[in-house]
Ligand binder design. Structure first.
Ligand code: APR
Length: 278
């Protein structure tokens, strides 16, 4: 059965074909089809089921390190059990195509998962950190830690915090005092050093930005698409819903990333494969 036509795909394809320096800004919606919960979607979003104040601030970690540590270990194991979806694979393919013709596709993501990388893509910046990086909450020394694999067949089910198995964070081998914490940017914390600057530099030189799977509500990431508009670049939004950014987007492709991005890359390639008109 023919897939539903995606309105405005032709307009987005024309922008994609003309682009030489693309920046992809991705959010939780890109990983949704892989089984990773988003944050704000009704019923299913993590912040619909859990309170960010109880789990995603340094104060929360200090007041109940076992709860916060165990919850992030659950998320890390969940993502271990997930695989990149067609949306991640399309972005990686597009990145390779552009690199092959001496152009570029740069990725800056709000996602703390590693699905872009597992799809074979290079990521310029994880703006909100990574679930697979750890450091001492006191001395800041980076540390290795293996969250382990999700128990068979139990990966997805979100734990009830009351009954969740709690484990204490390991102590820091460097200072021997502090506890390890996940390398996540918690609310009220600074973004990783250089992540925002690198992303802004890429946006200031881009001719197309693709904003995929974000509600565009969390700053400073939510302002990034405007940096692209500010240099006259076009911005294509990929999201089944209307977001805070939609009215400013050059084109809003209303659909799921796992359908829309492969369609965009297929159209970009065209029936005879994409040959850049040098
Ligand atoms: N394809 C594309 N977009 C989708 C899909 C999909 N399959 N499924 C859902 N979406 C969209 C939703 O419509 C929503 O606009 O993805 C967006 C997800 O929004 P959020 O849950 O708010 O996630 P995000 O914008 O990435 O959150 C930003 O908030 O909690 C913090 O640090 C956390 O990085 C996170 C930040």
């Amino acid at each position: 059965m023919e897939p539903e036509p995606i309105p405005d795909l032709a307009e987005a394809t024309a922008l994609a074909r003309a682009a030489r320096r693309v920046v992809v800004l991705s959010g939780a919606g890109l990983s949704a089809a892989s089984g990773v919960p988003t944050f704000r979607e009704a019923q299913t979003g993590l912040w619909e089921r859990y309170s960010p104040e109880q789990l995603a601030t340094e104060d929360a970690f200090r007041s109940d390190p076992e709860l916060v540590w165990s919850w992030y270990q659950w998320r890390a194991r969940l993502i271990r059990s997930c695989t990149p979806n067609a949306g991640h694979l399309a972005v990686a393919a597009w990145q390779r195509r552009l690199a092959a013709s001496g152009d570029s596709l740069t990725i800056a993501t709000q996602n703390v998962d590693d699905l872009h990388e597992r799809a074979g893509a290079e990521v310029l910046a994880h703006l909100h950190g990574s679930l697979f990086e750890y450091r001492c909450a006191d001395c800041g020394a980076p540390a290795e830690h293996d969250p382990g694999a999700a128990p068979e067949g139990d990966a997805g089910s979100a734990p009830d915090l009351e009954s969740m198995r709690r484990v204490a964070p390991p102590s820091c081998a460097a200072c021997g005092v502090g506890m390890l914490r996940p390398g996540i940017v918690w609310f009220g914390e600074m973004l990783p050093a250089g992540a925002l600057e690198r992303t802004l530099a890429a946006l200031q030189h881009c001719d197309l930005a693709v904003v995929v799977g974000t509600s565009a509500t969390v700053q400073p990431a939510a302002s990034l698409p405007y940096a692209a508009l500010g240099v006259g670049a076009a911005v294509v939004e990929v999201n089944p819903e209307v977001t805070e950014f939609s009215t400013a987007a050059s084109v809003h492709l209303r659909g799921a990333a796992g359908q829309v991005l492969p369609a965009l890359v297929r159209a970009y390639d065209g029936p005879h494969g994409h040959h850049r008109p040098d």
